[in-house]
Design a protein around this ligand. Structure first.
Ligand SMILES: [Fe+2]
Ligand SMILES: [Fe+2]
Length: 303
């Protein structure tokens, strides 16, 4: 892929961002439960015309809770991955070492941030929302794959956070300002992660054989299928949380429609937005041209 990313530039951009968790949540910085948390492009609740606006709002916020939990979950494996990648070479290129440790530090901060928002959510929403896990099992499964397979999956995740913010949040004036600030500040740091992870992928590719590259793309698909299983389970949890929160009596057909809308929204949010991201696909193509076509062929099921 043609790019001008460098460890030095990413480090310097990251040092200019530098927010703290307590800048974004806590004290008088509270979630406003009268407003949606997620952009409609990701939440996809408005099509459910048999729900009242209040019920659509509750479902939107449940999707917001799920988003916090899902990013908390995936960042639990990104953090050790980045630390492991940095560890063998802690001298030599000072910018590389500092940029990678900064990357890891930011992911640790994001894990903390998502947890704090979940606490605020749980205090204010009024009923319980379940979430898949535990995160340790997910991490163990994902990290059991080759460094290149995992790096490609992480690159997908880094790019989706940018897309979510730029396409659905940046110009959206309807969202709760606190939730929007979480998405904005996450985006500000993830913007460096996309570049750093592209550099990481390129480093791993430089030492990989053709067979290892083939294997890595199989693993990317395996990790995606694993996440999709989690998504299917979580979609059911979201529907149960919705019924618990609103007391809504859904007919069997309505429940199926809610379930389908949540599943479709989740698949687009976590899988489709990455599998169709032009920058992600450019990197994929540079590694293995046929892999781009394979991912593009799989993508419509998640869009
Ligand atoms: Fe993050
Ligand atoms: Fe990240």
């Amino acid at each position: 892929m043609q790019h001008n990313y460098s460890y030095q530039a990413a480090l310097s951009a990251s040092e200019r961002v530098g927010w703290k968790v307590e800048d974004l949540i806590g004290g008088d910085k509270r979630l406003d439960f009268n407003k949606p948390f997620m952009p409609e492009s990701l939440a996809q609740v408005k099509q459910l015309s048999f729900l009242t606006p209040e019920e659509q709002l509750a479902l939107n916020q449940i999707r917001g809770h799920e988003y916090l939990a899902m990013f908390g979950l995936v960042e639990e494996f990104i953090l050790p991955y980045v630390v492991d990648h940095a560890r063998p070479q802690l001298s030599g290129n000072d910018y590389r070492v500092r940029a990678l440790l900064q990357f890891a530090g930011e992911e640790a901060k994001h894990i903390h941030l998502f947890k704090r928002f979940r606490e605020e959510f749980e205090n204010g929403f009024g009923s319980k929302c379940d979430f898949i896990g535990p995160a340790e099992d997910v991490s163990r499964f994902v990290l059991s794959h080759s460094p290149l397979g995992v790096a490609i999956a992480i690159l997908h995740i880094e790019w989706i956070t940018l897309r979510h913010y730029i396409e659905g949040v940046r110009d959206n004036q309807d969202l709760d300002p606190q939730f929007k600030s979480l998405l904005k500040n996450h985006w500000l740091e993830e913007s460096q992660h996309t570049k750093l992870d592209t550099l990481v992928v390129e480093e791993v590719v430089a030492n990989a054989s053709a067979a290892e590259i083939d294997q890595a793309f199989k693993e990317y698909a395996e990790i995606g299928a694993f996440l999709d299983q989690g998504i299917q389970q979580q979609a059911e949890y979201d529907v149960e949380s919705f019924v618990r929160a609103t007391g809504k009596q859904l007919s069997r057909a309505e429940r199926e429609q809610v379930s389908d809308a949540v599943l479709k929204g989740m698949r687009w949010t976590y899988l489709g937005t990455g599998m169709t991201h032009p920058n992600f696909l450019d990197t994929v193509e540079a590694i293995k041209p046929e892999a781009r076509g394979q991912i593009e062929a799989m993508a419509p099921a998640f869009c």
